[in-house]
Design a protein around this ligand. Structure first.
Ligand code: BGC
Length: 772
């Protein structure tokens, strides 16, 4: 872990250039708008280590599966988030020598991600090997107001020489995914054109026929006047550019405004791509960079109005939570219901796919509270639309009924190919059911059950019914050969969490059926027929619920992560030499599997999800046992521990876990930020404040708050949307104030006391456990 970024409330700031951390910064400073985005690569050429990355949401490549030993049931492909045309490039050549920070002496370097306004900027002085010095300033946006548009202002000043600057703005589609299975390029060229101050390039994927047209246009000003220098259009394979040579004197200022539009066949007809790109581009260029910047600031102001969290008295924590919220809002905005939230967003390629259980378990709560309910609903409907594929997936694995959702997917098909995950990490099905409960419980939108939810619940319950089996000797149902959320154990028997979420799903499905029968009898009858649901099935679910086996240790009073867990040698993480961490980079896989160390919340994940069913003592005993042996090598882990630690009053632990989840990428805790940010776990960071310190729970449709102050903060506040009202919850050391920013009254419970907050007014509760 190396902390090299400056602490600031609203910005991420890097103050010197270090090629060793360039790829980490490329991830951290990424910008996007839900439709497209990319890593913080330099505009000018850079020959040091770098992952050049531009990504278009929903454009992917089914890369043929590569495994050592094929196992029946493996998917044919792994969906790669597709690295596409580099539209940011502006090469600078100084009297024949390329400006390349890897080959220059760089001083006064500063890179800033301004999260308030959504801009990425950079400034530096570079001295080339021949002693020529230039000063550069650039600012770049991916527009939140015009989803297809990106724009750059790039200024360069020769400091100590008169000479020739050759400037080449370009579009480069000769791109390779770093994670390509067969070292293959995924794009073919369709058409291109390069003109004096503009150009376009259309590429299509070798499979699936995704087309992307990128178009660019630029203006170059020398000391404020548009240059009259002639440009030379360049066309190469999958590349267009324009080269402009400009004679400069010391201290002349050359400014390049580059506008780019990226449009895809997901949103436009094939014949219309070039026109659509040109239209978007022309309108952006006409508006001009300053207007685009103003639109950007306005759009981000609106986002922050709904989702900001303010922490007073701890700038590091403040910066971190804003960074997490910023990245989430850059990654997914719910406008396109075909999209989802990839674990790396637009910041890298590593995980492929776009949808993991991360969405349901972590992201749904964030969007439920910070956006209109329709956004979380869209995330749920996304899975509803994949139900047929999930049924096919179950058949493919030999199940006669039910649905098994994929571990990783782009279009509903499984594309993960490690047997212990693909076939065994089936708890993901439970999270999808849980998200339906979460949505209905939070929003009160019971109609979702009849419209979409119940079908998914029934098919998942059917899967569980077939996946468990009855052991007469025990007179109980067991579930063998699974991988729980803790991926540092595979092929285990009776993972407590999986058994628990399976039986909970059946319970909730029965409840949903009963609800419909009573409240929407016509729809109930229709669904029974559509699903061909038999009484024998629901009867079986009740039996499984009653007779599900759960491994426990009575003496210690804990749930066992799986059968035999206590046979392991129990060593605490604090007793492992720091040189051995992270285990996944230092130990053999074999050693990890045999150890007691837990990658991420597993039993504790269950105690968080089903928190209203377990008392504090049970939570405490399990937390005290599992937390010290958890290494948190999944980014999804510390937030769950932070939430439970808050509930248990373990303030220091909660704070430690909060910092770990929130600064995971900023401080590169897991030594892997160069691959991209941990975008989905950022929703977990939000959860650790709102569900953790804020103690938000919705119990029987009622909003409950139990705020505590971690002790390092003077005060903090967060916003939540709840059933039409937007509430600002402010917590100091002594009191909690809830302000209703809308005119829709809200009822809630604070520390067990009931309140009504009328429109545009507030209530204050004196803290009982704020500083406890
Ligand atoms: C975690 C999974 C998670 C995946 C994507 C893995 O490291 O163990 O739970 O779904 O990352 O974030």
């Amino acid at each position: 872990m190396k902390q090299y970024l400056k602490i600031d409330e609203w910005s991420i700031i890097e103050e010197s250039f270090d090629p060793g951390t360039q790829e980490i910064s490329e991830s951290v400073f990424s910008i996007g708008n839900g439709y497209m985005g990319g890593r913080a690569n330099f505009e000018e050429q850079y020959s040091g280590h770098s992952l050049q990355g531009s990504y278009m949401a929903g454009v992917y490549y089914p890369d043929k599966t590569r495994v050592g030993w094929w196992k029946n049931g493996y998917p044919e492909y792994f969906a790669k988030v597709l690295n596409s045309t580099n539209w940011i490039g502006i090469n600078i050549d100084i009297d024949g020598t390329p400006l390349d920070l890897a080959k220059s002496t760089v001083t006064d370097f500063r890179r800033v991600l301004n999260m308030k306004e959504g801009t990425l900027s950079r400034s530096f002085t570079a001295e080339l090997e021949d002693g020529k010095k230039v000063q550069v300033e650039s600012i770049r946006i991916v527009s939140m107001a015009r989803q297809e548009i990106g724009a750059i202002r790039y200024s360069i000043v020769p400091l100590n020489f008169a000479g020739q600057l050759t400037i080449t703005p370009y579009l480069d589609g000769d791109i390779k995914n770093k994670d390509a299975n067969y070292d293959e390029k995924f794009w073919n060229e369709v058409e291109k054109q390069s003109a004096e101050d503009s150009g376009y390039l259309t590429l299509k994927t070798k499979k699936l026929d995704f087309h992307v047209t990128s178009a660019m246009a630029f203006d170059i000003l020398v000391n404020g006047d548009k240059t009259t220098a002639q440009a030379e259009a360049i066309e190469q394979e999958k590349y267009v550019g324009s080269r402009v040579a400009i004679a400069v004197q010391p201290n002349d200022q050359v400014v390049i405004y580059k506008y780019a539009a990226n449009v895809t066949s997901r949103n436009h007809g094939l014949g219309q791509l070039v026109d659509a790109a040109k239209a978007a581009l022309d309108s952006a260029r006409e508006a001009g960079f300053v207007t685009l910047l103003t639109e950007q600031t306005d759009a981000w102001r609106d986002k922050w109005k709904e989702s900001d969290i303010i922490i007073e008295g701890d700038v590091s924590a403040q910066q971190a939570i804003r960074f997490n919220i910023f990245q989430l809002n850059q990654t997914y905005n719910g406008e396109d219901d075909r999209l989802n939230i990839g674990p790396k967003g637009f910041t890298g390629e590593k995980y492929g796919g776009s949808t993991y259980w991360d969405t349901e378990a972590y992201c749904v709560p964030f969007y439920l509270s910070t956006a209109d309910a329709s956004i979380a609903r869209n995330l749920l409907i996304y899975r509803y639309k994949h139900l047929e594929k999930a049924k096919e997936n179950a058949r493919k694995l030999g199940f006669t009924k039910g649905a098994l959702y994929p571990m990783v997917t782009m279009n509903g098909e499984e594309c993960h190919n490690e047997w212990e995950i693909t076939f065994e990490e089936i708890h993901r099905n439970g999270a999808i059911a849980y998200a339906i409960y979460n949505y209905v419980n939070y929003t009160g939108d019971q109609s979702y059950l009849g419209q979409y939810g119940l079908e998914v619940l029934v098919e998942i319950s059917r899967f569980w019914e077939e996946r468990v089996h009855y052991v007469p000797r025990k007179d109980q149902y067991v579930m063998l050969g699974v991988t729980g959320p803790n991926e540092y154990e595979n092929n285990v028997n009776n993972n407590w969490y999986t058994n628990r979420i399976a039986s909970w799903t059946m319970e909730y499905t029965l409840e949903a059926l009963a609800y419909l029968q009573e409240n929407e009898p016509a729809r109930y009858a229709e669904l029974l027929e559509k699903l061909e649901l038999q009484d024998s099935e629901t009867g079986k679910w009740s039996e499984i619920i009653a007779k599900m086996y759960y491994p426990v240790d009575e003496e210690m009073g804990i749930f066992l992560q799986q059968d035999g867990f206590l046979d392991k040698e129990i060593i605490q993480v604090k007793d492992v030499h720091p040189e051995h961490l992270p285990l996944n980079q230092k130990w053999s896989w074999d050693r990890i599997l045999r150890s007691c160390f837990i990658k991420q919340a597993d039993v504790l994940q269950g105690l968080y999800f089903l928190g209203d069913r377990y008392d504090l003592d049970t939570k405490k005993r399990n937390f005290d046992f599992y937390e010290p042996i958890t290494v948190h090598e999944s980014s999804l882990s510390p937030c769950i521990h932070a939430i439970l630690a808050c509930e248990l009053g373990y303030k220091e632990k909660a704070y430690e876990m909060y910092l770990r989840t929130s600064r995971l990428d900023l401080d590169n805790y897991n030594n892997d930020t160069e691959d991209g940010c941990h975008t989905t776990s950022m929703a977990g960071t939000w959860m650790s404040i709102v569900h953790g310190f804020g103690g938000l729970r919705v119990l029987n449709g009622r909003l409950n708050l139990n705020p505590s102050n971690p002790g390092h903060w003077t005060s903090y506040s967060f916003k939540i949307m709840f059933r039409g009202s937007r509430l600002l919850v402010s917590v100091t050391d002594t009191q909690v104030t809830v302000t209703n920013e809308t005119d829709i009254p809200a009822s809630l419970t604070i520390y067990g006391q009931e309140y009504t907050v009328n429109g545009l007014s507030s209530v204050t509760a004196q803290g009982t456990n704020i500083t406890a």
